[in-house]
Write a protein that binds this ligand. Structure first.
Ligand code: PLP
Length: 178
């Protein structure tokens, strides 16, 4: 059983957020990444925990290549930098609340999350694609969720405060123009 906990750190303050480190069964592997709350997607590094026997078996087939030295150094430094992690989690919280207010004011239904994104529910796949393209033309990338089986949904990642404002202004402008 593989548990993908890519967004784990964003749920740190929520007692209901599951923590697979508590499921220490022989057949569980927990995967986490430095790509999200740690802000290190560019260096391509993550980590996993599992029972020793499982890891020993994985080692038999694992390719010999490791993440680069600088990537490993960055990851170790990130684990020490609790201040950055706190700021990153707080920024995502603020971003989600900002987007909730925005979408509530625009009467657009949305799905709350515990991560660094908010999903909005639009009228149709056509509308999703139109908004996606128009945002792209303005240099803003969002994620249509057709591949997740949610063809009328669009996922918006939170960014810096000023980036969230830029999104909001452009999104409102596009909605008005449609
Ligand atoms: C659910 C989930 N798991 C894993 C990943 C991948 O993380 P990484 O950048 O470490 O490959 C992502 C990133 O988009 C994700 O959304």
């Amino acid at each position: 059983v593989l548990l993908d906990e890519a967004y784990f750190e964003f749920g740190i303050d929520n007692p209901d957020y599951p923590d697979s480190m508590k499921y220490r069964f022989d057949n569980v592997i927990s995967l986490r990444t430095f790509s999200k709350a740690y802000g290190l997607a560019g260096v391509r590094i993550g980590y996993g925990f599992a029972h020793e026997n499982l890891i020993n078996n994985l080692m038999k087939i694992k390719l010999p290549f490791e993440p680069s030295g600088p990537a490993q150094a960055a990851a170790l430094a990130a684990l020490e930098d609790m201040e950055f992690l706190k700021e990153s989690v707080a920024l995502a919280n603020q971003g989600r609340n900002f987007f909730y207010d925005l979408f509530r004011n625009l009467n657009i239904p949305y799905l709350e999350s515990q991560a660094n994104f908010v999903t909005i529910i639009l009228e149709s796949e056509k509308q999703v694609n139109q908004i996606y393209e128009l945002l792209l033309k303005r240099g803003i990338i969002v994620r249509p969720l057709k591949s997740f089986g949610l063809s009328n949904c669009l996922r918006i990642s939170t960014g810096l405060k000023e980036e969230n404002i830029i999104f909001a202004e452009n999104f409102e402008h596009i909605l008005k123009s449609m």
